[in-house]
Ligand binder design. Structure first.
Ligand SMILES: O=C(CO)COP(=O)(O)O
Length: 248
């Protein structure tokens, strides 16, 4: 009943030329799969990618969105600006934003709300660091990250949102959560929502992110509460990204 979704997060990589050829490679191999696929490009590559993916089944997303609507916020990009280029998704609360750029649970909630004002589906990232996992704080950290967004946006907002569970210790490290470790947290997240609204919980897409690669995607995606992936490094190569997509 839930559609699978695979999203590439290109992070701060590539050039205009490499972005175009990556998109062309993805489009050439997308095939006819019963599931959704998207790429989240750096802001300045969004206009070009938007042209290439028009009228295709490859959706476009951004890697962040401003927490304000418009005004004197130097360096920020608003949800309305992203909507003009047909962005369907916006990642909010990625761990790199939280740890390197000071995004707090509250500002992540504001970004989530801003995306939805323009009918952009926020992909809300949650996850624990290695130290937090070792201190058995995983579920508490995820509770706080989700509580902040529900407090600001309300539970109904999750009818058009996606969650990405990204264990920080598995991002860009080559370390992956085992299928069972990932499933345990995905089930926890679904249950967290079920306690508030069973229908929303049952329909919510929860993606796994954290060194998801062609060789481990199938196992992860076969778990009952894993609905796809948010892919970093492996999304920068059309073949490996397509192999992951074809594993759904
Ligand atoms: O951060 C990620 C996706 O948003 C995961 O990155 P890697 O797939 O490179 O570990």
């Amino acid at each position: 009943m839930r559609r699978s979704l695979v999203v590439g997060n290109w992070k701060m990589n590539g050039t205009l030329a490499s972005a175009k050829s990556l998109v062309e490679g993805i489009l050439a191999g997308i095939g006819n799969i019963d599931g959704d696929i998207a790429v989240c490009a750096p802001y300045v590559q969004i206009p070009a990618v938007s042209e290439l993916v028009k009228e295709t089944s490859l959706a476009l997303g951004s890697q962040n969105v401003a927490d304000k609507t418009s005004g004197a916020y130097t360096g920020e990009v608003s949800a309305a600006m992203l909507a003009e280029f047909g962005c369907k998704y916006a990642i909010v609360g990625h761990s790199e934003r939280r740890s390197d750029y000071g995004d707090t649970n509250e500002s992540v909630a504001a970004r989530f709300i801003q995306a939805q004002t323009q009918n952009i589906v926020p992909i809300l990232c949650v996850g624990e660091t290695l130290e937090q996992r070792e201190r058995n704080e995983t579920f508490g950290v995820i509770d706080e990250q989700l509580d902040a967004v529900i407090k600001a946006a309300g539970i109904e907002a999750f009818r058009s949102a996606v969650i990405a569970y990204e264990p920080v210790w598995a991002i860009g490290t080559g370390k992956t959560a085992t299928d069972d470790q990932a499933q345990e947290v995905h089930a926890y997240i679904r249950n967290y929502f079920a306690k508030q609204n069973q229908d929303i919980a049952a329909k919510l897409q929860i993606l796994y992110g954290g060194s998801c690669k062609p060789d481990n995607a199938k196992g992860l995606f076969s778990m009952p509460d894993i609905d796809g992936g948010l892919i970093g490094g492996a999304s920068l190569d059309a073949d490996s990204f397509l192999k992951i997509y074809h594993s759904i």
